[in-house]
Design a protein around this ligand. Structure first.
Ligand code: SF4
Length: 336
């Protein structure tokens, strides 16, 4: 697979080098195992993915539920092992680090969950949960940590008095603010935001999205923003990667991707987004058939059983990512 990053060959000044580089990353799960033997089948949740995330940008990652987005986000943070490939964070291979080195790096790579309630200890005050991150990483003097937590609560739109309450006393939007405070109190460089607003009321979603944008500016953050909601990604992302059953099938700047989608799957996704102006996004939905069995994906192009343009070659050969425009790559035989 060609390098779909924007970087030129050769060493780059540190400030121009991507913060995150993903190279041929695979995350497979065993499905059926012969007793004491190798697994008979694998779920290829992430199947050879390569891209860069530049410092200060938001890369949106979109695709249907179950396409491997969350697995990719967690593998990228080394929260689970990779089956193959590598992730470079600030030039360091996260899978080659010693445990104490990885612990130190984790401070700079944080996750904002879809459901912060599930990740908060119901018997611990939310201030205590946020402070625990400071305790684990020994950040600040112990006497200063409570003030650091209160300061972060204020910054995410909560009150000092909230730190002494328990998770069940908060609304969904407030809990997400707590989740963001817990991630940011460590002053990370990089956040993976995994469907951070999909569990919230529509009226609250915009508040959280705007908060994430403000915090990105203030703390010079880099985001991988995972969502199945294209409208949310269009609002947040600088560039967008489209994922289909373990593969990135298209990657482009946001405006380019939304105005000139090239992969039939991307066109299908965009055609499914309701627009008040039919001339803006007048693309017919082209997808047919059922989603494939993730454990038994089609040969060749894995989208072929749902693609109106499928041809004989699509069943024989898997298309690689290829340049189809300025800073625009797609994996489809129609463009190669
Ligand atoms: Fe459709 Fe073939 Fe392109 Fe796959 S490679 S998206 S099956 S035309």
């Amino acid at each position: 697979m060609p390098d779909v990053s924007s970087s030129a060959a050769g060493p780059m000044p540190r400030e121009e080098a991507p913060l995150v580089s993903v190279r041929g990353l695979k995350a497979y799960f065993p499905l059926r195992r012969i007793r004491l033997g190798a697994p008979k089948a694998w779920l290829r949740a992430v199947d050879g993915v390569s891209f860069d995330i530049r410092r200060g940008e938001t890369l949106g990652l979109v695709g249907e539920s179950g396409c491997g987005k969350s697995t990719l986000g967690r593998t990228l943070l080394a929260l689970r092992g990779a089956s193959a490939g590598d992730v470079l964070f600030d030039g360091n291979s996260v899978f080659s680090l010693k445990p104490w080195e990885l612990k130190a790096l984790r401070r700079h790579m944080q996750l904002v969950f879809q459901d912060p309630f599930a990740s908060l200890n119901p018997r611990q005050t939310v201030g205590g949960s946020v402070r625990a991150a400071l305790d684990i990483h020994a950040i600040g003097a112990p006497a200063e940590r409570t003030a650091m937590v209160e300061e972060m609560f204020l910054r995410v739109g909560l009150r000092r008095s909230h730190t002494t309450r328990f998770p069940h006393e908060f609304s969904g939007g407030q809990r997400q603010r707590i989740g963001i405070a817990r991630a940011l109190v460590l002053r990370p460089k990089f956040l993976v935001c995994d469907e951070p607003v999909s569990a919230l009321d529509v009226s609250i979603q915009a508040q959280i999205l705007n908060l994430l944008k403000d915090l990105q500016q203030e703390f010079e953050l880099t985001y991988l923003f995972i969502s199945h909601n294209l409208a949310v990604v269009e609002h947040m992302a600088d560039r967008v990667a489209v994922m289909y059953y373990g593969k990135i099938v298209e990657l482009a700047d946001r405006n380019e991707l939304f105005s000139n989608p090239r992969h039939p799957y991307t066109r299908t996704l965009l055609g499914a987004v309701p627009s008040p102006d039919p001339t803006v996004r007048n693309m017919k939905v082209e997808m047919s058939g059922d989603p494939p069995d993730p454990a038994n994906l089609p040969s060749g192009c894995r989208f072929r059983n749902r693609c109106s343009y499928a041809m004989e070659r699509c069943s024989r050969e898997e298309p690689a990512m290829a340049k189809v425009g300025e800073r625009h790559h797609a994996a489809c035989w129609l463009d190669q």
